[in-house]
Write a new protein. Structure first.
Length: 295
């Protein structure tokens, strides 16, 4: 980028305040996370009873040799992928619906969605637990399931958490995609409808290509949010489920760092999560650039 006077430094001067804030809020904590992951750092070191012992990549070696870590990683990837797919599907479907309803239904749906989005994760998780409670929840009574416990089984517990995650995440996708649809010229959609295209064909062949930059943003945001889900899992499965059957990486890192006082090992898990998310984001953006997309 070049300004009128030929200087390349001016844009960076405008960005400098934001970069300073990001550096203070992101770079330094990440640096500390990586630093702690290289040490044997337990409660003894925190209390000052023993000095921190440098282990290099010893924490990572222990982590990768732990079979439980790979099981939790696989569960996290599958769970996050399911959450992202369902969130995008629900959000995009409701965004299209907003363009087809009148003002009052659109306003009611938007307010309801924003209410779900604004609800704190702890509150939302508690409400969903009550709805599916085997003794007092209305869902089991409506479905005629008696006193079925949704949090007892591994897959039913993951399903329950998935529903809550989608419920509190789809409004972001819905509002963002709806704004993108409203920016598409009406003549384009009218021409597709006159050519006999079905609503699904209009979305797949017209809207989705035009909205690809927006869909890229919401997809990456959803991947980041859903891969590092903590509150919903911790609250709804009581810390990871029976015998840790519903553990994900964020909860596993919490258990290692705070429940077991293995702060170095917990930090190593955090670094691995950060690298995975960076890799997924960079690969996704690279694939889009190869297709000629501008972001």
């Amino acid at each position: 980028m070049r300004t009128r006077d030929g200087s390349r430094a001016l844009p960076w001067l405008y960005l400098a305040p934001a970069l300073v804030v990001l550096g203070a809020l992101l770079v330094y904590p990440v640096y500390q996370l990586g630093l702690i992951s290289l040490f044997r750092y337990t409660q003894a070191q925190v209390s000052g009873g023993q000095p921190a012992a440098f282990r290099g990549f010893g924490n990572y070696t222990d982590l990768f040799a732990d079979e439980r870590f790979w099981q939790v990683l696989l569960a996290t990837v599958v769970f996050a992928a399911a959450c992202v797919g369902c969130t995008l599907a629900v959000g995009c479907a409701l965004a299209v619906l907003l363009t087809r309803v009148r003002v009052l239904p659109r306003l009611a749906l938007t307010l309801a969605a924003l209410g779900a989005w604004a609800t704190p994760a702890v509150t939302g998780s508690t409400v969903w637990l009550f709805l599916f409670d085997p003794d007092f929840g209305p869902v089991d009574r409506i479905l005629g399931l008696g006193d079925h416990s949704w949090t007892y089984g591994r897959y039913s517990a993951f399903l329950l958490v998935l529903l809550e995650v989608v419920w509190c995440s789809f409004p972001f996708v819905m509002v963002t995609v709806y704004a993108g649809i409203r920016a598409v010229p009406a003549e384009v959609l009218e021409a597709a409808a006159l050519d006999g295209a079905s609503p699904w064909r209009i979305w797949r062949s017209v809207l989705a290509p035009l909205l690809r930059p927006i869909l890229t943003v919401v997809t990456i945001q959803s991947v980041i949010w859903d891969f590092k889900v903590f509150t919903q899992i911790y609250v709804m499965t009581n810390g990871g489920g029976i015998a840790g059957q519903n553990l994900v990486l964020n909860v596993y890192a919490y258990q290692q760092a705070f429940a077991s006082s293995q702060y170095g090992l917990g930090s190593a898990i955090g670094v691995v999560m950060l690298l995975i998310l960076l890799a997924v984001t960079l690969v996704y953006l690279r694939l889009l650039r190869r297709r000629g997309e501008e972001l």
